[in-house]
Design a protein around this ligand. Structure first.
Ligand code: AVJ
Length: 331
């Protein structure tokens, strides 16, 4: 698609094609016809799901968001000084407050030149582009409409040392094999002297982790169940949402949280858009999310498998969460 010039400093390109709408249908067909039913977590985030996630981030039990923000505030100047970053690639939006912490540090250091938002929503890319070009004097914005799991190869060449944050612990949603593959694809975006800034939740007392996914206000349960509303609306399914319950537990061996939806009685579901009938036995579960927790060893291992090396791991005093700086391995 031809670049759309909004003004002298903003350029937006789209890489989405006509088939990119199909992923929900494909994922549901794939996931619900398996012996162990599964739905990928990316479909949680419709308008209501995004609202519920924002509410999760404010919960007393959900320490991750506020802890990561504090780590960033504490170390942003150091990150910028050590990387000399002149441009920042933002993968997926909704982290605007965290991005600002980094962009502010780059501006204060006098290095900030370019901001590259990447998001599947053209509206979001345009909105954030226009907002930031107003807010940061002289900033140039190259917006990319696309899926960061598929379209990173279309990123423009760096104009100088690049910083690529991937925050929020989202990397934990990838199962181990695709996690390493995705890290490798991030590594390829870094260019000469670029750095990845990776947010990861850390392994700790399982009770603390489990409480974060079984909050007393029941917001996480609503968030989890919301994916069934998404299927009902988007695919003409007839899930009886009240006949499923939220389950979340820490798998101590795999060191990840699993969220599931458990059928409270046997049931039969029809999904019109797929012309599919799905049966659930009583207490049968759908896995809806894994959220890996990291030790320094796991982090180093994943980075190494992706051709990356750890430069510095910043944590909070309680070591709940980590924000790690990594670069392409030097051998
Ligand atoms: C946004 C993927 C980091 O795994 O903790 C929050 C999503 N799921 N509560 C996480 C989530 C349930 C969250 N991530």
């Amino acid at each position: 698609m031809a670049p759309r010039i909004l003004n002298g400093q903003v350029e937006v390109r789209s890489h989405l094609g006509p088939n990119d709408e199909r992923t929900l249908a494909d994922d549901v067909l794939d996931g619900l016809t398996r012996p162990l039913k599964e739905l990928p977590p990316k479909h949680f985030y419709d308008a209501r799901g995004s609202e519920l996630f924002d509410a999760i981030c404010e919960l007393p039990e959900y320490y991750q968001t506020r802890t990561e923000r504090r780590i960033l505030e504490t170390h942003a100047d150091d990150v910028v000084a050590r990387t000399g970053a002149v441009e920042l690639v933002e993968l997926g939006s909704g982290s605007a407050t965290k991005t600002r912490v980094l962009l502010d540090a780059m501006r204060d250091a006098g290095t900030l030149a370019r901001y590259i938002p990447v998001d599947v929503s053209a509206t979001t890319v345009h909105a954030v582009a226009e907002l930031f070009v107003e807010e940061y004097e002289g900033l140039s914005v190259y917006g990319m409409v696309g899926d960061f799991e598929r379209h990173l190869k279309h990123l423009p060449a760096p104009v100088g040392p690049r910083l690529v944050p991937f925050l929020g612990g989202t990397i934990g949603n990838f199962p181990p094999g695709s996690r390493r593959r995705f890290l490798r694809s991030l590594g390829k975006t870094l260019g000469d002297g670029g750095h990845l800034l990776l947010g990861t939740d850390l392994v700790k007392d399982p009770h603390v982790i489990e409480a974060a996914y079984n909050d007393s206000a029941g917001v996480t349960a609503q968030f989890n169940l919301n994916v069934l509303h998404v299927l009902n609306r988007e695919l003409g399914a007839d899930f009886d949402v009240d006949a499923f319950e939220h389950v979340a537990f820490f798998d101590r061996e795999r060191e990840w949280i699993e969220m599931r939806l458990r059928a409270t009685k046997p049931q039969h579901v029809r999904i019109d858009a797929l012309d599919l009938e799905v049966d659930f036995a009583g207490r049968e579960e759908i896995r809806t999310e894994i959220s890996a927790k990291f030790t320094p060893e796991r982090l180093r291992g994943d980075l190494a498998a992706a051709g990356l090396e750890l430069v510095e791991m910043f944590t909070d005093p309680e070591e709940l969460f980590a924000v790690s700086l990594a670069r392409v391995a030097s051998d």
